[in-house]
Design a protein around this ligand. Structure first.
Ligand code: KG4
Ligand code: ZN
Length: 334
């Protein structure tokens, strides 16, 4: 008999559902919440309400597209955390209710493990062990992956996530939200050595991104006093220099981790892995270091339920189910 799992993702501002059958993703429906754009950041209460509005239509579309009836499901999976508590609650409550109504087992998934397991949705799949640099709006982690469900965080940020740094600096420059992709587009036309910003020097494999944000703020304040048009006149060079500094920090730690654990398979995941500068620098570094690099398709880099379904598939195989008394966790470790 086939193993068919419906998976739900609702940890931040994407409402997503995906159906997986015997380890093969049948579809991945994502509803992105545009309601946050005018606020320049995700508003938690609005995210919860938008999840409530989108979840049933998204699940309906995923089930219809899969060609499977609800009765054909073997389990229901959901993101338990980490994420926004109100947003998680919508997905968790829905999944519990559906599993109860259909008398199906429930599978709880860690969102950060799911980002890593997005690499197993399609070929080429990395061989174990590998290191995954997960870079998103909420996280910056170096994960040593020994097996599908055997991972260890070996380094992470002590303050802001790198995506947050991209977004906050883009906001200082007057770019729309989320600023990462806008900063990336401007950076590709600028000189990365035009301005110098501090590269954080944290111990071991830890990251810090709050320093550069403050440095850019004071840099801009200083220049704007002398020339009110400083940003407009130098936008591309500022973006290129900021992006260069952020990527330098990421690559430095990645190199350190690869050396420390003798790893040659390197993967990146999360929304910031869409960054053209990071992709290019990683390819260049791979050639130098003899790394094999894995970057999932864009739709599997940003938040999606297909990665949750993939994680659920491996948990199902091991019989790792949870009870109906489970609750979401805003903070949840790998
Ligand atoms: O993984 P994701 O979709 O959501 C979570 O935060 O979990 O990541 C979103 C982050 C945002 O900070 C966004 O600005 C950033 O990914 N991002 C980028 C690019 N595309 C998305 N950052 C830099 N360059 C990009 N091209
Ligand atoms: Zn994410």
């Amino acid at each position: 008999m086939s193993c068919n799992i419906l998976a739900i993702e609702s940890s931040c501002d994407e409402t997503s559902a995906s159906v997986i059958s015997d380890g093969k993703i049948l579809n991945n429906i994502v509803a992105t919440q545009s309601v946050h754009e005018k606020y320049g950041g995700v508003v938690p209460e609005l995210a919860s309400r938008a999840h409530q509005q989108h979840l049933i239509p998204v699940v309906h579309e995923a089930m219809q597209g899969s060609g499977l009836a609800l009765e054909a499901l073997s389990a229901v999976a959901f993101t338990r955390g980490p994420g926004l508590m109100g947003a998680l609650l919508v997905g968790v409550s829905f999944s519990k209710a559906l599993a109860y109504a259909l008398d199906l087992p429930l599978i709880d998934v860690n969102h950060m493990e799911a980002h890593v397991l997005a690499h197993f949705i399609e070929e080429p799949r990395p061989e174990f062990p590998f290191i995954c640099l997960t870079v998103s709006g909420g996280h910056t982690q170096l994960v040593l992956v020994r097996d599908y469900l055997d991972m260890e965080v070996v380094g992470e940020t002590t303050d802001d996530a790198v995506g947050e740094a991209f977004d906050k600096i883009a906001k200082l420059l007057g770019l729309p939200y989320p600023g990462g992709p806008f900063l990336d587009a401007r950076a590709s036309k600028g000189n990365p050595k035009a301005f110098t910003f501090p590269v954080s020097d944290m111990k071991g494999l830890s990251f810090s991104f709050s320093g550069i944000k403050t440095a850019v703020l004071y840099f801009l304040k200083g220049h704007l006093k002398e020339n009110p048009n400083f940003i407009q006149e130098n936008m591309e060079d500022i973006c290129a220099s900021v992006q260069y500094t952020l990527i330098k920090t990421l690559i430095q730690k990645l190199k350190k981790a690869a050396k420390q654990f003798h790893i040659h398979n390197i993967a990146i995941a999360g929304g910031v892995s869409a960054n053209s500068g990071l992709r290019w620098t990683l390819q260049k570094e791979a050639a130098k270091q003899g790394w094999q690099v894995f970057i999932p398709k864009m739709e599997y880099c940003t938040d999606n339920a297909a990665m949750v379904a993939m994680a659920a598939h491996y948990k199902y195989q091991k019989g790792l189910f949870c009870g109906l008394d489970i609750s979401p966790l805003a903070k949840m470790k790998i």
